[in-house]
Design a protein around this ligand. Structure first.
Ligand code: FMN
Length: 100
């Protein structure tokens, strides 16, 4: 990461978003999350997928984000992203995050 990893200071809630690869977060996410300090942060996993939904994402982030609370995730089928607005808005409201 050029200039070092970003700081999470000033953020309470982090949305970690990726596609699903081999039923898990892409491996590139692990050194990224391991370089950050997630203590006292809430992490929501978000994935696009073909078949596997969130896969093992919640467990992957529980392992690579020590100290984080892993909160409800959202999985959106990649082919349906453009039609997923109401699903996303409902998830944002359910999760107590800003929605339209
Ligand atoms: C290397 C690779 C592995 C993948 N593994 C999975 C998988 O295990 N489960 C799944 O549902 N989708 C898998 N996918 C599909 C991606 O999650 C999907 O392409 C991505 O979410 C974007 O959706 P879209 O291609 O429909 O735009 C894989 C894609 C690639 C390139």
């Amino acid at each position: 990461m050029e200039g070092g990893p970003p700081s999470l200071d000033g953020y309470d809630t982090i949305l970690l978003t990726s596609p699903i690869w081999n039923v898990r977060t892409p491996l590139i996410m692990t050194p990224f999350t391991e370089a950050l300090d997630f203590r006292r942060k809430t992490v929501h996993p978000i994935t696009t997928y073909a078949m596997s939904g969130l896969g093992t994402t919640e467990r992957d982030y529980a392992a690579s984000c020590p100290g984080a609370t892993i909160a409800e995730g959202l999985a959106v089928r990649g082919e349906e992203v453009k039609e997923a607005d109401s699903e996303v808005q409902a998830w944002l409201r359910r999760s107590g995050l800003p929605a339209r």
